[in-house]
Design a protein around this ligand. Sequence first.
Ligand code: ADP
Ligand code: MG
Length: 433
Amino acid sequence: SYRKGGYHAVRLGDSFNGGRYIAQRKLGWGQFSTVWLAYDVQSSRYVALKIMKSAAQFAQAALHEIEVLSAIADGDPSNGKCVVRLVDHFKHAGPNGQHLCMVLEFLGDSLLRLIKYNRYKGLELNKVREICKCILIGLDYLHRELGIIHTDLKLENILLISTIDPAKDPIKSGLIPILERPEGNPNGGVTMSIIEKKLKRRARRAVARISEGRDSMGGAGDRLKLERYLDGIDMRCKVVDFGNACWDSKQFAEEIQTRQYRAPEVILRSGYSFSVDMWSFACIAFELATGEMMFTPKGGQGFTEDEDHLALMMELLGKMPRKIAIGGACSKDYFDRHGDLKRIRRLKYWSLDRLLVDKYKFSETDALEFAEFLSPLLDFAPEKRPTAQQCLQHPWINFRNVTLNKAKSESSIEKVAVGVSKLQIKRTTHHLT
Ligand code: ADP
Ligand code: MG
């Protein structure tokens, strides 16, 4: 895609916006853009530079994203609302055309990365709580104060806040700015946090040893190192990627959200509002706590991915009320007039709290409390779902676990043991595996 209308090729040390930003290393990319770590010479800070593809439709999308991000920044002068901050934006002329560029505050790894480092095991519930609280603060701000729906909440779009501030301590963080293109060495300059990198590598090795069964008891020690590494991360995060966001009063697309996080009213085309974000939020909270997605629908013989998705929802949350099932513009594709799925007839019901206990080995109390928090967010009636503001008042969010560290590490060792033996409750249905 590095051609006319496509991505802009960047080399380390390239400068942008009249020399203000110097490219340091690539941070990531998306469908529309590449994102670079850049050094802001003016403020002596690191920033994330999002460079859009140059074709007209990408420029259009970028202008929209800039409009949303500007509204977000304008409404939150103190930058305390757990949503990414736009610092600057400008146009950059390159061989492939004009690229719109957004300068964003520099954030850390995504929650998806965090779950990967943790080998797809759930995070400790106190950590889940902290992350959830941040996301809710962000959503409450977007929904109630700005009237914005994100429409694409998922683990990749929540980034941790980097614990080491490279601007304050460049040596310790290992981030030393490259101010011009390094001669000869394309990877010249130290541009990643050495400390974080080392800790991550060590943690990864430890987990690999444990999961391969090479280190069953000694693994506990390594496991504790990993725990300590994770413990060391202040679990604060921010919502990013407003490329698909819309105003409740000005919506653009009927089909929104990434499949696994999609609300039922979007599948049925019954219209949507802020509560679609609350559905995705519940999916995220479940995934953080269990390490697995709540719904992973697949098409099969005689049924589509949409139908499987609706079936999975009902198996976990109970039968969809008839009025809601038949109320959407696409309802007839899936449901008969009684409100039963046309092509998937036998559903295997399994309640959320039982799933948490049986499959994910939650204690009865943890499972009940967590399910009590999540279930209302997964109401088939969108208007009955609690708002972000209401969730922030919920006892589960405000619960402080005062368990001693000893008890904490014992329970995490127990969780590892379960992971090693690959203990899984097998079900005959293809819906819940
Ligand atoms: P797209 O809209 O093209 O999907 P995103 O805004 O999701 O682009 O950014 C793509 C990737 O770049 C993200 O998944 C993340 O890895 C990285 N990234 C984006 N914004 C930041 C930021 N502010 N700080 C650090 N990394 C970022
Ligand atoms: Mg993205």
